[in-house]
Design a protein around this ligand. Structure first.
Ligand SMILES: [Zn+2]
Length: 384
């Protein structure tokens, strides 16, 4: 009995040391790495996570605001990616001098180090859009001062998590445990008791196996997590803003990448054109744009067809490029609405949006449409 009980124990997961920061506290701190594990992951520890989900190797990396789990293998660097990857490696080398110069392929550790570095870039970009810093988020809700949620991470209590699965099977096993559903594509989740957000991404299909397409897709999903988390995730934010922001951040990484929200989770959609400014102008010329008055009421992402996606991307792009200060006020205003008892409430968001448009920009929804259309219809500037 004793021996079979021992045999039934799960295999001890392979523990390897990162060849680049070598688990050296000084090197890791310099590179912005908190730890390579153990760390929390989903509802478990990273050790349990790795033991439960069969993969040849799991690597974990925690930075100031994010935690990553990855079973991604090494990645050959394509010729057309050379310049981008070399620049990223040079940035990492400033912190981790051992990072080599002539790399034909990224090993799984180096690959995750680069992804994690860019994850923190994205966090900083999002904070800049919100016009906030870490200092704006107390660890606990305070009785005085503006309502900023329940914790340090944009309003959540714990760090943001992303799991990158080289194999869809582990993505399915992992997500089914807490969501109860079998999801084919990327799944985003809020763990209410833990007050943290997780994105689980299957990276099995040919496109998402390449970092070139994977990272913009990560950016899209993280944008959704960040905006949901802002001032704590207590209700769904207005769809047009949420989707528009995610598309903007994704396309700031690579304009050719489009992540779409489907029935089976979010996925990279290769059927879209690469020039969305041009697509938006053509759509406007055909009179196919949605109006702000319609979008304010929209809750189901399925209601956003192709023209709807061009519209929300372009509207948010317009606000980022021409009304950055006002956009931050709008984003802050739609999140963290409180009721008479001081509790977060998603009640009557259309009225809230109408009020914010008026107070922040002095626009009616119709006036917004006119200014946005004029901006989005402009022909491209020569040489740009
Ligand atoms: Zn490392």
């Amino acid at each position: 009995m004793a021996s079979s009980a021992i045999l039934a124990l799960p295999q001890k997961p392979k523990v390897a040391t990162c060849p680049w920061c070598k688990n050296d506290p000084v090197l890791m701190a310099a590179a912005g790495v908190v730890t390579h594990g153990p760390m929390p992951m989903g509802t478990k520890t990273s050790v349990e996570f790795a033991a439960d989900l069969p993969a040849s190797q799991w690597i974990f990396l925690e930075t100031a605001h994010l935690r990553w789990a990855s079973s991604l293998p090494d990645q050959k660097i394509d010729l057309d990616e050379r310049v981008r990857v070399d620049a990223e490696l040079a940035r990492l080398r400033e912190k981790l001098p051992s990072v080599p110069k002539e790399v034909k392929k990224l090993d799984p550790w180096l690959r995750l180090h680069l992804i994690a570095m860019k994850g923190e870039d994205l966090y900083a970009r999002f904070q800049a859009l919100l016009r906030v810093t870490d200092a704006d988020f107390p660890a606990e809700r305070k009785t005085d001062g503006p309502f900023m949620g329940a914790g340090q991470y944009l309003g959540e209590k714990d760090k943001f998590e992303v799991s990158l699965h080289s194999n869809r099977t582990t993505h399915n096993l992992f997500t089914k445990e807490f969501s109860g559903a079998q999801v084919t594509n990327a799944l985003r989740w809020h763990f209410p008791g833990l007050h943290k957000m997780h994105a689980s991404l299957p990276c099995e299909d040919a496109d998402l196996r390449q970092d070139k397409w994977l990272f913009p897709h990560i950016a899209h999903n993280l944008s959704h997590l960040f905006f949901s988390a802002y001032k704590h995730f207590s209700y769904d934010p207005p769809l047009w803003l949420d989707e528009g922001l995610a598309l903007c951040l994704e396309k700031e990484i690579d304009p050719r990448s489009t992540t779409n929200e489907g029935e089976e989770g979010s996925f990279r959609d290769a059927t879209y054109p690469s020039d969305w400014s041009d697509a938006t102008r053509k759509m406007l010329a055909r009179g196919r744009a949605k109006t702000m008055a319609e979008l304010m009421y929209m809750k189901e992402v399925g209601a956003l067809d192709r023209d709807g996606l061009f519209t929300v991307w372009s509207m948010v792009r317009f606000l980022i490029d021409t009304q950055a200060e006002g956009l931050a006020k709008l984003l802050g205003g739609v999140k963290g609405q409180l009721d008479e008892q001081g509790l977060p409430t998603g009640k009557d968001l259309p009225s809230l949006q109408r009020k914010l448009l008026k107070d922040v920009f002095a626009w009616t929804p119709q006036a917004f449409d006119e200014v946005w259309r004029a901006w989005a219809s402009q022909p491209p500037v020569a040489g740009k």
